[in-house]
Design a protein around this ligand. Sequence first.
Ligand code: AMP
Ligand code: MG
Length: 397
Amino acid sequence: MISVKQATDIVLENALPLPDETVSLHLAVGRALREPLTADRDFPPFDRVSMDGIAICFAMWEAGQRRFFIENIQAAGAPQLVLAQQEHCLEVMTGAMLPQGTDTVIRYEDLSIDAGFATILIEKIQRRQNIHEQGIDRKNGETIVAEGKLISPAELGVAATIGKSQLRVAALPRVCVLSSGDELVEVHETPLPHQIRKSNVHVMAAVLGTWGLASDLLHLPDDPAAIEETLGDCLKKYDVLLMSGGVSMGKFDHIPAALERLGVRQLFHKVSQRPGKPFWFGRSEGTVVFAFPGNPVSSFMCLHRYFWPWLRASQGLQVLENQYAALNEDYFFKPDLTYFLQVKLAAGQDGRLLATPVTGQGSGDLANLVDSDAFLELPLERKEFKAGEAFPIWRFR
Ligand code: AMP
Ligand code: MG
């Protein structure tokens, strides 16, 4: 059986190099940027007035002048005016170009205006105050967002301001989420005493949705011929199959054999972890197959712990450092397995993220996920974990 680390390495080695595609700016949030965003002008592109008021020549203030004749109004969106006489002033609006011949802006709140004159009411002003200086944020030609970043509304704002109505991003993989098992019925159905409603596929599709991925849903009965037929089709149509169930030691766990008959090469089966030990992973020419065990907490954990890093790597996104949280109480876990402990997270008064164990009834207890926020990854080599020790977290909330 391989370790979590080995399984992670194999999964990441099998990242699919997703091609580029171009999408309109408005559809770009949540996608992986495949080009740098470079300033096409200085940010801001001119000395920008940042307060409504008047613009003066500071030397006049220094010489003792307090009352200024208003020559004109410099509006935002109007070409730059020139102050005709340095002892005069111009009214200026936020977003306007600073008029030529002026170097200081005094806001209306610090003025009184009457009969075409502005009088400065405050005792202290500074040269170049209330001016957002040309190029102070970023310089023309500077890379503002590097390739390989996940686009959020902040990056979208940069793209808009440099005139990109379309962006080059990583294409998304075509994903199918499959449930398996004869005990499963649809959500709208009333299960017989020996049946349960499907939940995994809906949970998995919902998680994928939060990562910007659409998916199709399919079901496999516990019948080898039917499994092979459906999977054969899927391998032609999808880049990724995310399966739950049918990979353990049960008499009806036909999936690994069916996949191998279809030419999907097994890269590992079973990982020394709890939950999710029977996790099967393989690939064919064009499709990567994550076959997670059917227990709801197992498939949920594996999706976050393995598929999410795979997706980021396939999209060419920057590798993220693990986040950590400190255990809030001592914990003991005896088996020689990496344990993904369900925890509730809260930041203590010292700003440290604390993880409180939320012990449930194991990998079948999907209701326990409602009370927890993350999995805390407790290393296999250890059995005792002390309050205050920090471990990596995999957040799902
Ligand atoms: P398996 O991995 O097929 O042995 O399934 C393990 C457990 O998970 C069984 O109790 C199944 O009934 C349950 N299970 C499998 N698939 C699903 C699903 N899609 N939704 C909810 N429970 C499931
Ligand atoms: Mg099953």
